[in-house]
Each structure stands twice: as structure tokens, then as C-alpha cells.
Design a protein around this ligand. Structure first.
Ligand SMILES: Cc1ncc(COP(=O)(O)O)c(C=O)c1O
Length: 413
């Protein structure tokens, strides 16, 4: 039942700098903090359509894999946008427009004033922009529509037509740029400078960190939901978190580290083997780019350069870095769609399954499993970061439509 192709071993780097008992320092808190989380949570739980996403216990798969517990945080329903990214870009848009509206109206403005109130009219001239491989752009477009400003999104040549259509559905203008994701990031920055637009990037570079910080702080709502949903006094021993630029992994790492201290789970960063910029950075001991076309079926993870502020947390807090090849992705999507040993069927997109695929591959290599401290009593958290964000691709990879899988869940439940 599990992808048993172990012909190529998993690339692994252990970070000797990350010990659970290390304190969470002010320089980490300047990036991800409980205080800014409280502000974010207060606003975001009042946004239209907010609901915590489910934390699903996959007891059947855990038994097959020989671990005690496996939790899957299912982000496929987040704000109707099908990915955890809905939390980040939209929160950063909100933070920008709320500040502009508050200045213009000379009074504090809240989400409700922008969603339906008079403050909305004051920001109609503002344009936000971003580069995306799909999910981040959808979040920024949704944020712009929800809070009342304009939006232009740049996509690179590898982004599918279905993902472009999903962004346009929220009223954004989408422009295609040749090259990779990193090229589209640069293009968006140049256009914004020329036209006085606000760049809402999910990655930070020297001189640009405030907005990606808000994006990452938005993601911490997902990590916090997990802590509220776990059974009392039971924490995960391990968290496998898939990464593109590292913003998600750093948000989860920072939030767990500050909240749980030494009880935090061992954090394993998972990347596609063709775009493993965080593994390269960990090996080099500094932010490091990987070159090439970065092509991977895990579209959300195809990034060649780490986010600087994400790296600043992961360099101290991520315990391990590992990579997976593309060929393990579809079998894990099918595994989740079928459900193992009575587990509910789950609709998981290509980037969503990377953490779980890595866990499965590590467990197939006993020496590596031991190096990561995985044992029969391990309790593992994986983040199912997206649903079928490209429904045609999902159907081709799984052999059934996402709707059919979701229906089978209803009948099985
Ligand atoms: C579905 C999904 N999972 C994980 C990630 C990784 O997030 P980050 O780029 O912050 O590492 C992305 C990024 O776009 C994504 O779309």
C-alpha cells in the first residue's frame, strides 16, 4: 500500500543547531510572535467564512506505518480557497489596507468596516500585487476582493490554466511572465515600483520583510488551531512540514517553539529534490539558492531561493531537512483518497502530501527513521496544505475526481 520505491535514498541533513531546549529569542520573536499572533487571531476569526479546518486522526495509516498516531491537518476547505495559503496573503492585504484606511479616516478601522462598512470606499484606489504559483495569488486576490482594493497577480509559465482561472475568479487581473517563480517575484517587484502598487510577497529578501512577516503570522493561525484540536496533554513528537520558500515551516516552527518551549515537536522540513533550497541553505549554513528549472509536480514547493526571515527561524529551529522525488507524490494522493484501514478518504493536492510522503519514505529506511527518532510510540503531525487546487491534474493523478473522493467520504462517514 505504501510507495515502496526506495531506489534513491532520501537526502537528509540534521541541523545540530536546533535543540528543543534552546530558548526562543527576541530575534525570533521579531519575526513570529505570540503577541502578533493574538492580534491576527482576533481579526481573522471574524472574517467571513472563518472556521477551523479539521485535524483528522489517521489511525489506519498510523497502524500500517507502525507509529502510534498520525494527525493530518486538512486545509482543503480553508475559506473555500482550498489551501492554507488563504491565511497568509489575505492577512497581509488586510494589514496594509487597514493601516491606509485608518490613516485616511483618522480612526481605528477593523475587518468589519472593510468588509461591509464605510472604510471600504476609502481604499478603492489601492492596488496590491504578487507573484504566485497559484495558492498565494488566490489568497491575495481573495483578500483584495474581501477588503475592497484592486489586485494584479503575476504567474510564471509553469502555472496551469486552471490555477490562473481560480485566481481570476476573485476579480484579480492575472499576467503571465516567462521563467520560473523567482523570475515572476522579481517582475512583480519591478512593476510595483513603477506603478506604486503594494507588493504582497510570501517571501522576503534583504530590505523587504514586513509584509512577508504578516503573511507568515497569518499562517500561525493554522498551527494554533492544531494545538487547540489535539487531545488534552498529547503533543506530536514530530511535525513534517513541506516547504517552498520556507514561510510555512518557519511559522509553524516559531509558533510551536514559543508556545511549547522544549515540548515542541521535532520539525522536519520537506522539499522536492529539484528545488531543495532550504536543504542547500542548511548544508551551507547560510541562505543559498538552487538553480535550474526547479520543475516539480509539487507546484507550490517549486522555489529556488529561501525567504530570508523564514531562514532566520529555520536555521535555529528546524531539526532536519529532507527531500523527496516527484514519483512518490501520486501514490500518496491515491492512498489518502482511498483511506487506509477505515480512515476517511481525503482530497489532497500534490503539494499537500509532501510531508506525509516524506514520512512514509523515511519509515522505509530504518537507519534514517532511527536518525530522526521515529519509533513505534511516535505521534506525527503532517500538514495537508491544499485540496485539489488543480482539479484536472488531481483527476489525472488519482484516477477519480476530487468530487467523487469527497462524496465517498460522505458515504463512508
Ligand atoms: C500547498 C502548499 N503547501 C506548502 C507550501 C509551502 O509554503 P512556503 O512557500 O511558505 O514554504 C505552498 C507554497 O505555496 C503551498 O502552496
Amino acid at each position: 500500500m505504501t510507495p515502496n520505491d526506495t531506489s534513491r535514498r532520501v537526502a537528509h541533513h540534521h541541523n545540530p543547531q536546533a535543540a528543543a531546549e534552546n530558548p526562543y529569542l527576541d530575534r525570533h520573536r521579531a519575526i513570529i510572535s505570540r503577541r502578533r499572533f493574538d492580534d491576527a487571531r482576533r481579526e481573522m476569526v471574524r472574517w467571513p467564512g472563518y472556521e477551523p479546518t479539521p485535524l483528522v486522526t489517521l489511525a489506519g495509516l498510523a497502524a500500517e506505518l507502525g507509529i502510534r498516531t498520525l494527525w493530518y491537518k486538512d486545509e482543503s476547505g480553508r475559506f473555500g480557497l482550498s489551501s492554507f495559503k488563504a491565511l497568509g496573503g489575505a492577512y497581509a492585504v488586510f494589514r496594509q489596507v487597514v493601516e491606509i484606511a485608518s490613516n485616511r479616516l483618522r480612526r481605528p478601522v477593523h475587518a468589519a468596516d472593510l468588509v461591509a462598512g464605510d472604510a471600504r470606499d476609502t481604499i478603492g484606489d489601492i492596488t496590491v500585487t504578487c507573484a504566485t504559483d497559484g495558492n498565494h495569488g488566490r489568497s491575495v486576490a481573495w483578500g483584495a476582493r474581501t477588503f475592497g482594493c484592486k489586485c494584479v497577480v503575476f504567474v510564471h509559465e509553469g502555472v496551469s490554466g486552471a490555477r490562473v482561472a481560480a485566481i481570476e475568479r476573485y476579480g484579480a487581473t492575472v499576467r503571465r511572465v516567462s521563467g520560473t517563480y523567482d523570475d515572476s517575484v522579481q517582475f512583480a517587484a519591478e512593476e510595483a515600483r513603477a506603478r506604486d502598487w503594494i507588493v504582497i510577497a510570501d517571501t522576503s529578501y534583504p530590505g523587504y520583510s514586513d509584509i512577508p512577516k504578516d503573511v507568515m503570522q497569518g499562517y500561525t493561525l493554522m498551527a494554533d488551531e492544531v494545538l487547540r484540536q489535539l487531545p488534552a496533554a498529547t503533543l506530536p513528537t514530530h511535525a513534517f512540514v513541506q516547504s517552498g520558500v520556507g514561510g510555512l515551516a518557519a511559522a509553524v516552527c516559531g509558533h510551536f517553539w514559543e508556545t511549547l518551549g522544549p515540548r515542541r515537536p521535532r520539525l522536519i522540513v520537506v522539499e522536492p529534490d529539484r528545488s531543495a533550497c532550504l536543504l542547500a541553505s542548511a548544508r551551507a549554513g547560510r541562505p543559498t539558492k538552487v538553480r535550474g528549472r526547479l520543475e516539480t509536480v509539487m507546484a507550490g514547493l517549486a522555489c529556488g531561493a529561501p525567504s530570508r526571515i523564514a531562514w532566520d527561524i529555520l536555521a535555529d529551529g528546524a531539526d532536519d531537512f529532507i527531500t523527496i522525488p516527484d514519483r512518490v507524490v501520486a501514490p500518496v494522493m491515491r492512498l489518502l483518497a482511498e483511506g487506509v484501514g477505515g480512515d476517511p478518504p481525503i482530497v489532497a493536492g500534490e503539494s499537500a502530501v509532501a510531508g506525509l510522503a516524506a514520512l512514509i519514505r523515511v519509515l522505509a529506511q530504518p537507519d534514517l527513521a532511527a536518525a530522526l527518532g521515529l519509533a513505534p510510540d511516535s505521534r506525527v503531525l503532517v500538514l495537508g496544505t491544499e485540496g485539489a487546487t488543480d482539479p484536472d491534474l488531481y483527476e489525472r493523478m488519482v484516477g477519480r475526481t476530487a468530487d467523487a473522493v469527497a462524496d465517498s467520504r460522505m458515504t463512508s462517514g
